[in-house]
Write a protein that binds this ligand. Structure first.
Ligand SMILES: Nc1nc2c(c(=O)[nH]1)N[C@H]1C(S)=C(S)[C@@H](COP(=O)(O)OP(=O)(O)OC[C@H]3O[C@@H](n4cnc5c(=O)[nH]c(N)nc54)[C@H](O)[C@@H]3O)O[C@H]1N2
Ligand SMILES: Nc1nc2c(c(=O)[nH]1)N[C@H]1C(S)=C(S)[C@@H](COP(=O)(O)OP(=O)(O)OC[C@H]3O[C@@H](n4cnc5c(=O)[nH]c(N)nc54)[C@H](O)[C@@H]3O)O[C@H]1N2
Ligand code: SF4
Ligand SMILES: [Mo]
Length: 886
């Protein structure tokens, strides 16, 4: 390979892997960057598939006003005018920005400066409110600022890693692989998660706690460590305040292991095992993620973990720290620059001293006097008509906020909505009055900060397509048009970055967030910037914070804070007896705008589903892979069941990813209650009382066409779209009669040329229709009221043929594949394309370990994300054998 690789950073998760990209036209070959300290050359399935997502299909390439394309000058002027008019008429708090951890630091800095510095309102909040807000508040209370103590090296060095509500095997796969390596020298893993996730499957111990019992568990651990004399009293005496109060408060509850185990719904022996390991292992890292943060007691969950680490002195030492892991590639950058409504900028708050300092630095007369509205309140204010102009950047709130149909109604009612996105159509774009085309990953240039405070460069691989522009520039142009040209007169991301870095150093008496010498980067040095962890000093970056036991509080001591153990915000009851939990799947990213472009990433989990325990299913009379209604106080979804004993009885789980564009009835968030943590404003995505009922469709069917399609409104249909190579599969089901199916058939045939090949069997209630474009297959529709439908894979493959053979045509008409084709087994290894059946065959043939399966099939030999699933398949196969033998 002669082309030089461009070193950049992955746009997905907060691990922040380095990517070496070799562009050729719009095509891209990617490999892990062997020199990047986050991943040392590894990539997970999503990172490896980046090449499949950089095409221009579906991109927004020109500004749009309403339905017409507009020039940048016109669109910028309109946005500036409408924001100014709204502010003039209704005050500066009548406008808002809702931004995202998928913006670059430069974009974030620009957006925050415009809103908090010049418009003079605090109303800029980020989707990190849904993600990191609880951890941020916990850090501020305990350490005096939003500081993440540890680094990835601590995960290599730890002897015990505790995962609290963190499915690392799927959500931070490359980091998980690093820890798997550490296990070969004896590192132990304990997973605290109501579900037996892939992370739990391969752990040394899984505590399948009852939902929302984490505070009880961690408080119980603290009490037990105290009883055993396992706390570090010297560390507490020297560096911690608040221990006595916390200890006194603990005695309000029965902290005996038996009582804690009973309240948490875990076996006493397992809890004791966890306590033993924790007590015995100085080098312990406690990772916490969405199972902790996304809770109405998210701050308390974080604090309960920090309390234990402070009381044991396990912080600021190699292999020992509490570690809040970030989700998005630049969640951290937003927390630094002031993307959250609750901080001003650069870890400064709204006190008079900080406001005056930031005003001096920006040369701004009108710095926001107080925090703005947090995301949930912001959308409530939009619904109430208090916010009348909204600018959404790099996030898809119509899908990702709780109570999503209420959010959609708010967006629909908002007098002026601007959306900056790379894609022409998203669920949120549908509500935009002005659409602004943003550069996507591979086109934009700037910096991101990962979970371990490491700043990496995202570099440009492609020329900007169409009229798309960098987000920072779009913001700066609007700011200039609003009359603040001087303050936003940047020419390059390097210039924005330098200004941001200078702000971190500005009148800095003790803010640990400081970029030091980076404030003087030349354009060349910015271009060549190597990954570096803040705080940055003349000596370079800093891997670990608090090594000297000094925190960013007035007296330098960390604070232990009393945390009260409560249950879920909304308890289950007789009407809604099940606890609905939501989260992620391995190969999809959020609202599918990117991973939905890569058919190979759609194969591991092609469709939305609700996971439930077989015993719950039996009681409800539902079977595996049946359509059910999932209902909550907020809304209803119709989706397929997935029965598994990895789910706790009484709990169900839905993935968050599906959207109006992919599966309207499979969306999770119209169901989710918007109960928030009172301090952080973060919603309890992990717990909504729900019930499940059979759907009882009267017919099913599917439609395959070259392009994606959505049915006309008014039909009582359940459908989902599953991208394939070269075509799109749409699965349907409905409860209507003949007339409804006929209406659907007519809608689907619209625009088709020629006469269809058609077969109808009224007695069996089945219909098959195929349209050809020339000799090639153009679209097919199959429906049936009873009996099986043919394998979709066979039909999808026909779309790859330029011309159908006579045999293909006959097969189409009789509705059966020539020869014996079975529906293919689920894909396990996305990188090597290995399905479950081949893995099963290898195990049958004697492969008894992941390595042996990997040797035999290739599965798990590339990114390794599927290795926990292979372990699970081996266990399943072996337990089946034991059952047969018995
Ligand atoms: N594949 C993939 N990876 C991603 C993303 C993606 O979309 N796809 N998104 C990224 C982003 S933005 C984020 S924030 C991270 C999130 O990464 P994670 O936090 O690992 O992901 P989630 O699946 O949201 O939730 C984690 C776990 O919390 C558990 N949980 C639910 N309730 C409780 C509880 O009461 N207590 C405890 N202890 N656990 C509970 C859930 O069962 C779930 O397994 O992933 C990042 N990485
Ligand atoms: N039920 C449930 N809901 C959840 C969660 C959960 O666990 N359960 N998790 C929550 C969490 S942790 C998160 S982080 C959110 C994520 O939710 P979102 O932020 O809404 O999800 P994304 O799909 O990542 O949306 C990013 C959008 O930005 C666009 N985009 C990508 N790059 C750029 C860019 O450079 N510039 C611009 N202008 N646009 C860009 C993409 O096309 C896409 O439309 O979801 C939250 N919602
Ligand atoms: S773990 Fe995967 S998604 Fe996360 S940064 Fe690395 S390659 Fe990207
Ligand atoms: Mo997130």
């Amino acid at each position: 390979m002669s082309r030089a690789a461009v070193r950049t950073a992955c746009p997905y998760c907060g691990v922040g892997c380095g990517v070496a990209g070799r562009p050729e036209g719009r095509a891209l070959e990617v490999a892990g960057d062997a020199a990047h300290p986050s991943n040392f050359g590894r990539l997970c399935s999503k990172g490896s598939a980046l090449g499949a997502t950089v095409g221009l299909e579906g991109r927004l390439l020109s500004p749009m006003i309403g339905r017409r394309a507009a020039s940048w000058d016109e669109a910028t002027a309109l946005v500036a005018r409408r924001f100014k008019e709204t502010i003039a008429r209704h005050g500066q708090d009548s406008v808002a920005f809702y931004v995202s951890g998928q913006l670059l630091t430069e974009d974030y800095y620009a957006a925050n400066k415009l809103m908090k510095g010049f418009i003079g309102s605090g109303n800029i909040d980020t989707n990190s409110r849904l993600c990191m807000a609880s951890a941020v508040v916990a850090h501020k209370q305990a350490f005096g600022a939003d500081l993440v103590p540890g680094c990835y090296e601590d995960l290599d060095l730890a002897d015990l890693v505790v995962f609290s509500g963190h499915n690392a095997a799927w959500t931070h796969p490359v980091l998980f692989r690093r820890m798997e390596q550490a296990r070969t020298r004896g590192q132990r893993h304990v997973v605290i998660d109501p579900r037996r996730t892939d992370t739990a499957e391969v752990a040394d111990l899984h505590l399948a706690l009852a939902p929302q019992r984490d505070v009880r568990l961690w408080n119980g651990l603290l009490a037990e460590l105290d009883r055993r004399g396992a706390l570090d009293s010297a560390y507490i005496a020297a560096h911690v305040a608040g221990f006595a109060e916390v200890k006194a408060a603990l005695s309000a509850d029965d902290q005996s292991p038996a009582a804690v185990a009973a309240d948490c719904g875990v076996p006493l022996a397992d809890l004791q095992q966890f306590f033993d390991w924790f007590a015995q292992t100085p080098r312990t890292v406690s990772l916490f993620s969405m199972g902790a943060n996304q809770s109405a007691q998210g701050v308390a969950k974080g604090l309960a973990i920090l309390n234990v680490h402070l009381a044991t002195g396990r912080i600021g030492k190699p292999g020992a720290c509490p570690f809040s892991i970030t989700g998005q590639p630049n969640a951290m950058g937003g927390r630094e620059t002031g993307g959250m409504a609750t901080t001003l900028a650069g870890h400064m708050d709204f006190d008079d001293v900080s406001r005056a300092r930031v005003a001096r630095f920006w040369g701004a007369q009108n710095v926001a006097p107080r925090p703005g509205l947090k995301a949930i309140d912001m959308f409530d204010a939009i619904a109430d008509g208090k916010i009348k102009a909204l600018w959404v950047m790099a996030t898809n709130p119509a899908v990702s906020l709780p109570n999503a149909d209420k959010v959609r109604a708010a967006l629909a009612a908002c007098p002026f909505v601007v959306v900056s996105d790379c894609m022409a159509q998203t669920d949120t774009m549908d509500f935009a009055h002005v659409k602004l085309p943003a550069l996507a990953w591979g086109e934009k240039d700037g910096t991101v900060t990962n979970s371990e405070r490491r700043i990496s460069r995202q570099r440009r691989l492609f020329d900007p397509p169409g009229e798309a522009r960098a987000d920072w520039r779009i913001i700066a142009d609007v700011a200039s048009a609003m009359g603040w040209r001087e303050a936003f007169d940047w020419r390059s991301p390097a210039q924005v970055f330098r200004e941001w870095a200078r702000l971190t150093n500005y009148e800095n008496q003790g803010r640990m967030l400081a970029l030091g010498p980076l404030a003087g980067l030349t354009p060349q040095a910015y271009e060549a910037l190597e990954p570096v962890q803040w705080p940055v000093t003349a000596a370079g970056g800093t891997a670990r914070l608090f090594e000297d036991g000094v925190f960013q509080t007035a007296d330098g001591r960390a604070r232990m804070v009393v945390t009260e153990a409560r249950g879920p915000a909304q308890a289950t009851d007789r009407s809604f007896p099940l606890a609905l939990n939501t989260g992620r799947v391995r190969d999809h990213w959020h609202t599918l705008t990117r991973t939905g472009l890569a058919p190979d990433l759609c194969r591991h989990t092609p469709e939305p589903y609700v996971e439930m325990h077989p015993a719950d299913a039996e009681r409800l009379g539902v079977i595996d892979r049946a359509l059910v209604r999932v209902q909550t106080m907020q809304g209803e979804a119709v989706t397929l069941t997935k029965l598994t004993d990895r789910q706790r009885q009484g709990s169900i789980f839905m993935p968050m990813h599906w959207t109006q564009a992919f599966a309207p009835s499979g969306r999770a968030n119209p169901l989710v209650a918007a109960a928030v943590d009172p301090k952080s404003g973060q919603p309890e995505f992990k717990h909504t009382p729900a019930r499940v009922r059979p759907y009882r469709e009267t017919w099913r069917g599917f439609f395959i066409a070259r392009a994606g399609w959505s049915p006309p409104a008014g039909l009582d249909l359940v459908w989902r779209r599953i991208p394939q190579h070269g075509c799109q599969l749409h699965e349907f089901a409905g409860r209507g009669d003949e007339t409804e199916r006929e209406a659907l058939r007519r809608a689907l045939s619209k625009g088709a040329r020629g006469e269809p090949m058609r077969f109808e069997d009224a007695s069996a209630g089945s219909l098959r229709e195929a349209y050809l474009a020339g000799e090639a297959l153009d679209r097919v529709l199959f429906t049936a009221t009873s009996g099986a439908l043919p394998p979709r894979d066979w039909l999808a493959e026909l779309f790859a043929k330029d011309a159908l053979s006579a045999l293909d045509r006959t097969a189409l008409l009789i509705g059966r594949a020539p020869g014996r084709v079975v529906e293919s087994a689920p894909l396990v290894c996305a990188c090597r394309g290995v399905r479950a059946d081949r893995i099963g065959a290898a195990i049958e043939a004697g492969a008894g370990s992941v390595d042996a399966v990997s040797e035999a099939t290739g599965a798990g030999s590339s990114c390794g994300s599927c290795r926990p699933e292979i372990v699970w398949i081996i266990a399943q196969t072996q337990s089946k054998k034991v059952r047969h033998a018995a």
